[in-house]
Design a protein around this ligand. Structure first.
Ligand SMILES: CCCCCCCCCCCCCC(=O)SCCNC(=O)CCNC(=O)[C@H](O)C(C)(C)COP(=O)(O)OP(=O)(O)OC[C@H]1O[C@@H](n2cnc3c(N)ncnc32)[C@H](O)[C@@H]1OP(=O)(O)O
Length: 208
């Protein structure tokens, strides 16, 4: 089966991935994404002095101005690709895979300060985001045809803490025609933080 860890997905014909262009900053993108994640965490937790805020604003605006000149169509985009470690994006925290197979994905994840809701707890909206990604990976793993989330049901069982290594499990439960039912759970030690059930629909040929 295709490798489904965040270290990269290769060899699955359904994903039809073109080789990563090494000359377009790709080797440094995972490190840049890591630096941006740390920036988000540090910025969230900081009360920065006005001079530092002014300088950051100047530099960020300068980067934005340069990046405007390098916008590409979606098919050429690198950030978010499933074969780039951590997908090189800052939306979902990096997931570390401990065990994966056609019907399961087990691993660990840590939400940084950027995801703080209140009182040390992860913002509730960030948890479905994680589950959609984990359950989607299980649904789309195992050489199965691409699918799309039809619904995602999340139960919050206890507070999910930021800054803590959490354990997750996701498993393929059953398939009925084009419908795939996937379940997942997120734990802090032995405490169940949240659990989810998702329905994923196999896309028909030509369905984008
Ligand atoms: C190696 C690989 C690695 C991969 C790594 C990947 C990582 C990334 C992973 C990231 C993953 C992120 C993924 C994302 O975030 S995908 C983005 C979020 N999702 C969407 O935008 C989906 C929007 N919706 C649609 O496109 C369509 O509605 C879909 C395609 C879902 C179905 O429209 P379609 O016209 O095609 O099919 P159908 O309507 O005939 O329905 C078919 C069957 O399904 C049943 N049904 C439908 N909806 C519901 C519902 N809500 N509750 C209960 N049942 C529902 C329906 O009754 C019928 O059942 P039956 O009558 O046959 O019994």
């Amino acid at each position: 089966m295709a490798e489904t860890s965040d270290q990269g997905v290769t060899g699955d014909p359904h994903w039809n991935l073109t080789p990563l262009p090494a000359d377009r900053g790709a080797p440094d993108l995972p490190r840049l994404a890591e630096a941006l994640r740390e920036f988000n965490d540090l910025m969230t937790g900081a009360v920065a002095p006005p001079d530092l805020v002014k300088e950051m604003l100047r530099q960020v605006e300068a980067f934005n101005s340069e990046l405007r000149a390098h916008q590409v169509p979606e098919r050429d985009q690198i950030i978010g690709r499933i074969d780039v470690p951590g997908r090189a994006q800052g939306l979902i925290p990096v997931v570390h895979t401990d065990s994966s197979g056609p019907d399961h994905l087990h691993g660990r994840v840590r939400f940084g300060r950027y995801y703080l809701g209140r009182n040390g707890a992860v913002y509730g909206g960030a948890i479905p985001l994680l589950f959609d990604s984990l359950l989607g990976r299980v649904s789309n793993g195992g050489g199965r045809l691409p699918s799309r989330t039809a619904y995602l049901h999340v139960d919050y069982r206890s507070i999910t803490p930021i800054g803590t290594d959490l354990r997750f499990e996701a498993r393929f439960v059953r398939e009925e025609g084009r419908k795939r039912f996937i379940e997942g759970a997120l734990y802090n030690g032995d405490t169940l933080c949240a659990e989810a059930e998702g329905l994923f629909i196999t896309l028909r040929p030509g369905q984008a």
